[in-house]
Design a protein around this ligand. Structure first.
Ligand code: HEC
Ligand code: HEC
Length: 471
């Protein structure tokens, strides 16, 4: 495929212009003496005074005027949005160095688990992209949960936490794994507090940082403060989109074009300067679990438990029961959320294999093969899923592009991981080229079919079944 420089330039402008505006506006927010700069005269739709005062509403990217905001650090790397920072961190919630130090220590400490063997770090290892590279995570006593560990990098910007969004904040999230029987297995918040308060250095640290005795809320607060320093940008893609044409190669540029074009990835993973996470923060059924679950039967069976469950019980249903694949339904109780999971960020995706909520895809090739065939048909499949008809070189381009989203911190690790996945290119359990190219199966879509023999658009997709009758 040919790369059209003009279009790529327009893409870059879409990111660079608002980013320049927002950065300067966010700076203005830190320094009340300097007024926000006026929008350039040739940009009638340019946001005026954006982010001098963004609202603190979670997921609300329309800054509300006259709302106090968090202080945005002046040294955010490119690819980390100051506006999203101001939206995601409530005023007064800016992490202090003392809170971060305590949170970091707690994050690494196995004593937060029942048998002193598992820390947050066990499943979210900072050296390995804050994941464990297990299909599904392993907690105390080698107990397996049912879900794959997502990265903590940029989790501070998630509108909701967990694959199904069952926790609203980082504070809420942190308190759950400590008490989950297949993760860290403590009996109650009180038990955790008693254990920590008996350790003199913790008792002193909590008194110093929060001015009171150890309590479970502050445990969550300290860990969240640490996580709010784990923003991650400065990937080759960021340098490219900010104007350094040499930051990524021609193959990655083709991949970026496919991402926004034939691959339709931007339908759910769009990125822009305000929200550069490559996630719409919504929940979709893309058919990952459909190969093992009969969703309708499961939902009927789960209904009672879901209706009764409090947050800790839902946490257990999600991690320990066969209902795990119901996804967002466990939280929202809405049938159209059956099998739907949160669109994850694609930043640092090269270093967080295996993929999906159940870790069922070993490589990025498996991921693209899944999308190429339009996902797996089920009654709740998202309408955005269509077979794509990507050729093998196009799949290579997309995978290669995803490798440019790795931040500088994981540059070397990202290259090793990309090479490892490349080595597995011959093993493609998810590949079904006939389905992907519309030559087999009938997914009921009207997606592209590269079969040159089909000239009449009405014979595409589901309507194709009437072909025989027409003749
Ligand atoms: C036994 C492994 C394990 C341990 C220990 C663990 N986690 Fe996780 N973590 C997971 C898994 C698995 C998920 C996804 C679960 C789900 O979505 O249902 C997750 C999800 C998260 C998320 C949500 C990220 C997102 O994108 O939605 C955050 C944040 C997180 N963990 C932080 C922590 C913190 C903080 C601790 C320690 C208090 C911790 N985890 C302990 C395995 C673990
Ligand atoms: C209809 C919305 C939608 C579209 C279109 C879509 N995705 Fe996704 N993506 C999701 C959701 C939702 C998940 C998580 C699904 C799950 O775990 O069950 C996901 C997961 C992923 C993952 C795994 C992330 C991880 O941390 O495990 C990758 C990689 C990915 N998508 C890349 C792509 C690419 C590349 C494209 C285009 C070819 C694409 N997606 C198109 C919604 C979408």
């Amino acid at each position: 495929m040919r790369i059209r420089t003009k279009e790529l330039l327009q893409d870059a402008l879409k990111w660079a212009l608002p980013l320049a505006l927002l950065t300067s506006a966010a700076c203005a927010g830190r320094d009340p003496a300097s007024p926000p700069p006026p929008p350039p005269p040739d940009q009638p739709n340019a946001p005026t005074a954006v982010s001098t005062t963004p609202s603190t509403g979670v997921g609300d990217v329309n800054p509300a005027p006259n709302h106090p905001t968090a202080k945005v650090p002046s040294d955010l790397p490119i690819g980390v949005s100051p506006v999203l920072y101001a939206i995601s961190v409530a005023p007064g919630q800016e992490p202090t160095p003392e809170q971060v130090k305590l949170g970091d220590k707690l994050f690494d400490d196995v004593r937060l688990s029942a048998d002193n063997t598992v820390a947050c770090k066990t499943c979210h290892d900072p050296a390995r992209g804050f994941v464990d590279h297990e299909v599904t995570s392993i907690g105390i006593g080698k107990k397996h949960g049912q879900r794959n560990a997502p990265t903590v990098l940029n989790a501070m910007f998630n509108a909701t936490q967990f694959w199904d969004g069952r926790a609203a904040t980082l504070e809420d999230q942190a308190k759950l794994p400590i008490l989950n029987p297949v993760e860290m297995g403590m009996k109650s918040g009180d038990e955790v507090v008693a254990k920590l308060a008996a350790i003199p250095e913790y008792r002193k640290a909590f008194l110093d940082v929060y001015g009171r005795e150890v309590n479970y809320e502050d445990v969550g607060r300290a860990i969240a403060a640490f996580e709010r320093t784990q923003f991650s940008g400065n990937a080759p893609f960021d340098r490219f989109i900010m104007g350094d044409d040499k930051a990524i190669d021609a193959q990655a540029k083709r991949g970026w074009a496919l991402f926004n074009g034939k691959g339709r990835c931007n339908e759910c993973h769009a990125g822009n300067a305000v929200n550069p996470l490559f996630s719409d923060q919504k929940f979709h059924n893309i058919g990952v679990a459909a190969k093992t679950s009969n969703f309708a039967d499961l939902a009927r069976e789960a209904q009672g438990a879901v209706d009764r469950g409090n947050q800790e019980e839902i946490d257990r249903l999600a991690l320990e029961s066969k209902f795990t694949n119901l996804g967002r339904f466990l939280v929202s109780k809405r049938h159209n959320d059956i099998g739907a999971f949160k669109t994850p960020t694609l930043r640092n995706i090269a270093v967080t294999a295996p993929y999906m909520h159940d870790g069922s895809f070993a490589t990025l090739y498996d991921v693209i093969d899944h999308y190429n065939k339009g996902g797996i048909v089920n009654p709740y499949l998202d309408g955005g899923m269509q077979r794509l008809g990507l050729t093998e070189p196009e799949i290579d381009d997309l995978v290669h592009f995803l490798g440019t989203l790795t931040s500088e911190r994981y540059d070397a690790y990202g290259k090793t991981e990309m090479a490892r996945m490349n080595g597995k290119k011959g093993q493609r359990p998810e590949r079904d080229t006939l389905v992907a190219t519309g030559k087999k199966g009938d997914t009921g879509d009207v997606g592209p079919t590269p079969d040159a023999k089909i000239k009449d658009p009405s014979s595409d997709g589901v309507y194709g079944v009437f072909d025989a009758a027409k003749k």
